[in-house]
Design a protein. Sequence first.
Length: 309
Amino acid sequence: MNATSTRPQLGIIVPAFNESKALGGVVEALLTARGDQPWEILVVDDGSTDGTSDALRPYADKIRILRHASNRGYGASLKTGIIATRARDVLFFDADGQHDAADIPAFVEALKSHECVFGVRPPGAGIPVARRPGKWLLHRLCEFLANRRIPDINCGFRAGRRRLYMRMLDLLPDGFSFSMTSLLYVLKSRFSFVFIPIRAHHRLGTSSVRIVRDGLRTSFLALRLIMLFDPLRALGYPAILLILIGASYQTYILYATRLRIVGGAILTILSGMMLFLFALLGDQVASLRKELSSHYSLLLEDSEEEDGA
């Protein structure tokens, strides 16, 4: 029998870390939404210590339960689910009760004509006031890198072809920045995508996000996104501006004082040139990383086909 004929149509991946209060209701809602559809539900327990495993025990015969021995991160949980499932499409669904399983059919329908589907929450939904300035800055950065408007940069409710996520698997981080990185990868590539509005409920339990710690991580994330997706565009403009400023200042000095060389102007020009060369190098490294990640995914797919043969 062909291995692909036994694959489920959709793999719903639920990353869970200390979500015992909400997880039972989330799983029940997903089972109801699934009905008799050929969907696989995978819950990845990311080293929870609050009894999440006990909350999952009643559903052991209805869903697949994967566990990490220790907490590895939101992105790591999603990657574990992506590798584990053999479904053609994957859908990510948070375990904190924010998402509505009744929205899943709209994603399944959209996947018939698009390779990726991204959820769009109502404005401000699920974002504490203290985190909004950082979110705003990241949102503007992502729109600059993508060169287009983005309704929601990190909604956890999204879906897409599994083979597409396998292609970018090696580039995706293990933390919460998984969502933004995967979104930019799709927007900067030639894959078809669509944004669709979703409902958002008040989360149950306590968020694992910490303002100071994650504020620092946000700064590093911004740098990482720049270097991974468009270093030439992000650094090229400042480089050219430095060169123009230095050249203009030196031209003015030459005109005003005749044959006088100003060290500051030359230093500014050289700084701009170095920054531009660094941007070119970064662009080549980013392209190489994407190519290597794509080759890695092809090796995994060949291995899976051999196992299923």
